[in-house]
Write a protein that binds this ligand. Sequence first.
Ligand SMILES: C[S@@+](CC[C@H](N)C(=O)[O-])C[C@H]1O[C@@H](n2cnc3c(N)ncnc32)[C@H](O)[C@@H]1O
Length: 251
Amino acid sequence: MNNSPAIQGKPGQLIGIGVGPGDPGNVTLRALDALQSADLVIAPCSAPDTEGRAEGIVRQILPDIECQRLIFDMSPGETGVQARSRGAKRAAETLLAPLKEGKTLAFVTLGDPNIFSTFSLVAREVTKLSPSVEIRTVPGIMAFQEVAAASGLNLLDETEKLFLVTAFEGIDDVKESLQHPNAAVVIYKGGRQIGRIREALEQAGRLDGAVVGELLGLDGGQITMLEAITEPKISYLATVIAPPLRKKGAH
Ligand SMILES: C[S@@+](CC[C@H](N)C(=O)[O-])C[C@H]1O[C@@H](n2cnc3c(N)ncnc32)[C@H](O)[C@@H]1O
């Protein structure tokens, strides 16, 4: 039996909208249209008086847009998956009221909403609470695409492969993916581990040509060769790319 609260009339829609990694020029026309047509724009933030990154991007294009901020606080003592799932549950509960009124909510998110995004966690929780809510996404430019473009890197060619891994909770996946010479390795969430990532790339003979894009499109944004980074930690919003091993002059 489904114990979820009944929705009277037409159920609302929850749309995850990717707004790209930082530069407002990366917001697509589809995203803009969805933002302007929504009843309510929802923007994740860490505190009510703090503008989240995605809201900041939207506001550069639509300065007068009204955003409802949704707090994703990490309670002390909670870590990783547990904290994220609690945050998503709380967020889903908050969104339920306007969805029950049949409203269309545009939930803005960095990059693409289907790639390591808070949106997918929230959407899952909303579906658990109220399966009749329609969930949709509008794709966004992903952070690694911006890093490749900004550093002039041809990421993949011919039969080369792509690994997209995270390093938030360790670098085992980074090490494993570096064993494939014809694969580009993209590393997300590696800011706290940048020293260890650098070491792993050096040991695998993949440091040459590896780039780091930090805070791209945002204040302090920069592209740096990984070999030039000596700090053990950098921003959470950093993406590392190790290009495939290629014969000199091949691309
Ligand atoms: C929660 S994931 C979000 C990924 C995003 N949904 C996407 O499609 O690219 C966060 C990671 O994305 C990358 N990232 C997001 N924005 C970035 C930016 N402005 N500059 C560099 N990396 C960024 C970083 O690796 C960061 O740790």
